[in-house]
Design a protein around this ligand. Structure first.
Ligand code: FAD
Length: 411
């Protein structure tokens, strides 16, 4: 009988890892408590951005205090009495140091290149959901343009294909940009996704390739016998046994990891999206640099996605923060003022304090693994993650460059 791998979590990381493990001859069951239509993996902005910097940067450290107290800031931390948040913030502050930023950017650059290569067959498989058109970062202010100049230099040095454009050049190609836009950075390696369609496609393929998908099934407990994972137990008491466990449950992975005696400190960074319909949508997916909002045209509708709010694990919608999306976007794209609003959504990014994902075997266990903590880059790093975690399950070590992402680092 084939080794049976149980995966908890059918987001982008679980589905891609599941397919990779099937391709390597395992029997795979993915268990998800939802219907795969409402995770961070479906509602995200849909920009696959190789070379994206980690969240903790020296620049963020300089702005941290203002951000903590300003509810209009794209990164907002409403004050709340939480020891775990305080500890996380202290570690985050340390991770903003230039030496850590250099190390973590190098890891993520390498990781996103691996992932970008592995997107190629997926683009062929599902062109409706993945388009390798690139995307642009757009600046309104002098400070924003300087940031893009700096990013262009950093990305080019790391071997990414980028190009700076003036505001006039951008408007020549697309007159929906406002006269206030003064520059942009086109990232040609970028891929634009329709995340909802991508997830449906991955789930269908996973099942067609022989995987078992159990939706609307919540894992309550992970059972083990000392060093060996044995089974998972669902809320209704059903037990499902397996030879190997892989936890890819996004922000909820920390809770499940407790059953494995491992601490994975993460904070949930809530983000929102608003679907609108515009008469003249922008031609290219773009990141509005100062506002930290992504604009992704999807057929007749446009997804505005952004904000990063550390307010715990909940799905509370704060109207004021949602309203910031069209308001801030209209400074770049005046047509947004006349747009009709369709649906709203929020979801949680799983964020470690050091800005790196958590990938690899669980220490002190013989057959349990984790792949989580992808923060703002879960889609971007998904295909690379599936390779690294499947290599680990095959018995290989993480390669040297990926060592900073190992699971034991929090102990
Ligand atoms: C607004 C926003 C914009 C974003 N934009 C981008 C972007 O442009 N590009 C990019 O690369 N990334 C982006 N991200 C980040 C990206 O969406 C995440 O990093 C990624 O989706 C995380 O994937 P995941 O599979 O780890 O977790 P999730 O997508 O959260 O999936 C985890 C799954 O585990 C299931 N689960 C949890 N607990 C249990 C349990 N006990 N039993 C059974 N099932 C369980 C959940 O139901 C869920 O389906 C964005 C995120 C947000 C919120």
């Amino acid at each position: 009988m084939n080794e049976h791998v149980i995966i908890i979590g059918g987001g982008i990381i679980g589905l891609l890892s599941g397919r990779e493990l099937l391709a390597r001859g395992r029997a795979v069951t993915i268990i998800d408590r939802g219907d795969l239509r409402n995770s961070a993996s479906t509602g995200n902005a849909g920009v696959i951005s190789p070379g994206h910097a980690p969240i903790p940067t020296p620049e963020v450290a300089a702005k941290a205090i203002r951000m903590m107290i300003d509810p209009r800031s794209p990164l907002y931390i409403p004050p709340r009495p939480s020891l775990s948040l305080l500890r996380w913030l202290l570690s985050f502050r340390r991770a903003c140091r230039p030496a850590h930023f250099k190390m973590s950017s190098e890891v993520l650059d390498r990781f996103s290149k691996l992932s970008r290569e592995r997107f190629e067959p997926l683009i062929d498989e599902c062109p409706e959901a993945l388009q390798p058109t690139g995307f642009a970062d757009i600046a309104l202010t002098q400070q924003g343009r300087e940031h893009l100049d700096h990013e262009a230099e950093r990305l080019a040095k790391s071997g990414f294909n980028v190009e700076l454009r003036t505001g006039d050049q951008l408007r020549r190609d697309d007159d929906s940009w406002s006269d206030d836009v003064i520059g942009g950075l086109v990232q040609h390696d970028g891929i634009v996704a329709r995340p909802d369609e991508l997830l449906v496609h991955l789930a269908r393929r996973f099942e067609a390739e022989g995987g078992t998908l159990r939706t609307n099934a919540t894992v309550e407990t992970v059972h083990r016998d000392n060093r060996r994972f044995e089974s998972i137990e669902l809320v209704d008491g059903e037990r499902i046994g397996g030879d190997t466990l892989l936890v890819t449950a996004g922000i909820w992975s920390s809770e499940l990891a407790r059953d494995l005696d491992i601490r994975i400190p993460m904070q949930a960074a809530k983000g929102y999206h608003l679907m609108i319909e515009m008469d003249t949508p922008p031609k290219m997916a773009s990141v509005l640099s100062e506002a930290c909002i992504v604009v992704n045209p999807m057929g007749k509708q446009v997804r505005l996605a952004g904000t990063l709010e550390l307010s715990g694990i909940n799905d509370r919608m704060v109207q004021r923060r949602l309203d910031m999306l069209p308001k801030a976007t209209s400074r770049y794209l005046p047509g947004v003022r006349d747009a009709s609003h369709h649906s709203t959504w929020n979801g949680l990014r799983p964020c470690t304090a050091d800005g790196l994902p958590v990938i690899g075997p669980v220490p002190q266990m013989d057959n349990a693994y984790l792949a989580t903590g992808h923060a703002m880059m879960g889609v971007t790093l998904g295909p690379g993650t599936s390779q690294l975690i499947a290599d680990c399950i095959d018995g290989e070590m993480l390669p040297d460059w990926a060592q900073p992402m190992h699971v034991e680092r929090f102990h």
